[in-house]
Design a protein around this ligand. Structure first.
Ligand code: ARG
Length: 405
């Protein structure tokens, strides 16, 4: 019997998909669940998958790989889509694509399947990822094909086939969470004018619930990688998870934006990314201190491009790989500390230091001890301004002579 590997979340859609794929395609279904943030009950996942008729299920904790191979490159790239969203969901999909392909090859399955809708970006990220890595695999997207129009119809189908659903636990929103953040969509959030209700937020406290007293937090980097918080060394995943809790308690890392989806639709998106927001700011602060102006200004342009590539599902593309090499090139220097004040929804950088610092107080100072040679300024300014001399008052050079022809 031919086989399919299905990316399985245990939610209603993928639970129904197990049964639906078997019936429509006559394939043996193997489920695959990746833990990259939300750690679900393994046994519960297994129970649901097998109840739908899956032959087996792989449940794998991939947080460490996610952090080192996906989040670190995104941190180095300063990747934020449309100036806000740190791309948590978009970064998780290529990891899922990669492992779908691995398991399909290992299990000799000719198909992979996913539970993404036909309107969103996630289908693009998974399918383009899979096709880049193994173009021989066929892809099934039940949500683009099946006849169910509403959630109720799906629940009815599940009940008919004895597929367990916990409809009571269902949030009124569509959520996708990992350690880099959560995306919250649908329900009342679709009204772009309406403020997201307090219950929409999962990782951050509202400003009415945050501590009144600010908190100082020091983040330390070694060669671009955050390694310590307040002097305590932690593995990357733990550092991110702890920072989600600390910064989240101060209401840090909320985003509410109108976003341009790849499929052309504008959507209203609410995100929370407490650790990502702080780490991106921290990394930027340190890089600003250790790198020169030309590099920093040019990097901004590339960061924007990089965020687009990630958002558009082009993680495994040559340009993205080349840009990774660019962003990695200076990370040795990104070593040092950044001091933050967490205060009522804000992570405010208030101090930074690095052994690679290009900031020299003696050059910058307006006080005693200034070592800057101000006599150099005059000659520099003459040359710097030379191309512009007189341009504003006399658009044509005064010594211009009409040629006689
Ligand atoms: N708009 C975001 C993105 O494209 C979030 C998608 C959320 N996905 C989900 N399955 N709820 O990355």
């Amino acid at each position: 019997m031919k086989k399919v590997v299905l990316a399985f979340s245990g939610g209603l859609d993928t639970s129904c998909a197990v049964k639906w794929i078997q019936d429509q395609y006559g394939l043996e279904v193997i489920c695959f669940s990746a833990f990259i943030g939300e750690v679900k009950d393994k046994n519960e996942l297994r129970r649901k998958a097998l109840a739908g008729g899956a032959k087996k299920i792989f449940v794998e904790d991939l947080k460490a790989e996610f952090a080192s191979d996906f989040l670190i490159p995104a941190l180095w790239a300063q990747a934020r889509y449309e100036n806000g969203y740190p791309l948590a969901t978009a970064l998780g999909r290529p990891l899922i694509a990669k492992h779908l392909v691995r398991i399909a090859e290992q299990e000799k399955a000719g198909y992979v399947a996913h539970g993404c809708t036909g309107k969103g970006n996630d289908q693009v990220r998974i399918e383009v990822g899979v096709r880049t890595l193994n173009p021989d695999l066929k892809i099934i997207a039940p949500l683009r094909e099946w006849e169910f129009k509403t959630r109720e119809e799906e629940i009815e189908y599940a009940e008919q086939h004895k597929i367990p659903v916990d409809a009571s636990k269902k949030s009124p929103y569509s959520l996708d969470k990992n350690i880099w953040g959560i995306a919250i969509e649908a329900g009342v959030l679709e009204d772009a004018w309406r403020e997201p209700p307090a219950d929409a937020y999962v990782m951050t406290r509202g400003l009415d619930k945050v501590p009144a007293k600010p908190k100082y937090v020091v983040i330390e980097f070694e060669a671009g990688v955050p390694v310590k918080v307040d002097g305590v060394r932690k593995p990357l995943v733990k550092l991110i998870e702890d920072l989600n809790a600390t910064a989240g308690a101060y209401g840090i890392g909320r985003f509410d934006q109108i976003e341009n989806r790849l499929v052309g639709i504008k959507s209203r998106e609410v995100y929370e990314a407490p650790a990502a927001d702080v780490l991106l700011k921290a990394h930027h602060e340190l890089e600003s201190m250790v790198m020169d102006r030309e590099f920093l200004h040019y990097k901004k342009v590339l960061s924007e491009k990089y965020a687009e590539l990630v958002y558009y599902g082009l993680w495994f593309s040559p340009l993205k790989t080349a840009l990774d090499a660019f962003f990695a090139s200076n990370q040795k220097r990104v070593t040092g500390k950044v001091r933050f004040k967490f205060d009522r929804g804000h992570a405010i950088p208030v101090g930074r230091e690095s052994k690679y610092s290009l900031y020299h107080e003696k050059l910058a100072t307006y006080s005693k001890g200034d070592t800057f040679d101000r006599t150099m300024a005059e000659g520099f300014l003459k040359l710097w301004g030379l191309p512009y001399e007189g341009m504003a008052s006399a658009p044509m050079r005064r010594d211009h002579k009409q040629s006689k022809t």
